[in-house]
Design a protein around this ligand. Sequence first.
Ligand SMILES: [Zn+2]
Length: 240
Amino acid sequence: MSTWYSSSVVEPGLTLVTEPAVHDYFRANVFVLNGRDRNLVVDAGMGLVPLRPALPLDPDRPVIAVATHIHLDHVGGLHEFDERAGPRVSAAGFATMPDALTYAGMFRGFPGAVTRPPFPGWRSEDYRLEPAPLGRALVAGDVVDLGDRSFTVLSLPGHAPDSIGLFDEADGLFFCGDAIYPGGLIDDLPDSDRAAYRATMRLILSLPIRLACGGHGNVMDPETVRMIADDYLHATDRRR
Ligand SMILES: [Zn+2]
C-alpha cells in the first residue's frame, strides 16, 4: 500500500485524499464518494504515484472520475480510471495534456516541489502528465447520477476558464474544485478571468450548500463559503 497519500473520512461514504509531500501550492484534494450504483472520484491529484489503489473504492461498483478543471494538480491520476468526465471547454486538452492548459511546466524545477521524492531518482524536471481523453464532456446542467443521489454540473469559470462543480441539490453537497477553497484563491493565471470569477462567486452564494468540498484545504461549512465568496467580491470590487 502506498504511503504517498493521506486519507480522512469527511462523513460516511465521503473520503478526502491528499498528497502531503507535495508543495502546498500544488497539493490538491481528491474526493471519493461511494454511491449506491457507482463510486464518484472528484479530481485525481498530481499523478506522481498510482492513485486508484490508494482510494477506498467499492470493488463491486463502477467508478466515474470527474476532473473539475484541467490543471496539473487535478488530473495527474485521471488516466487510471476507465470512465472519465471533465469540462467540455477543455475536453480536447485531456487527450494531450498541453502545458498551456495544465500549467505542468510550473512544477518542473519548482523549489521544494516535494518534501520527499515519490520514488528513488525522481526529479521534478521530468514531470509529465499522462493523457486522459474524456469519455464524457460535461456542461452546465448535465447530471452525474450515482443511483441514490445525483449531482448537477455547474459552470464555475474564473480561476480557470473550464472550471466546473458538482452540486447535489437534494443534499447540499458541493464539489467546487478551485472555484472556492480556504486559502489564497488564484485569479491571476494567464487564462484567469476576474469578472467571470465574480459571477461564479455570486452563483455560489445563491446555492443552498450544506458542505463544500474544494480543490485545496479543508472542507467548508456554508458560513465559510459565504465568507470567502463575500471577501472575494469585496476585494475585487473596483468601485470600492
Ligand atoms: Zn486550478
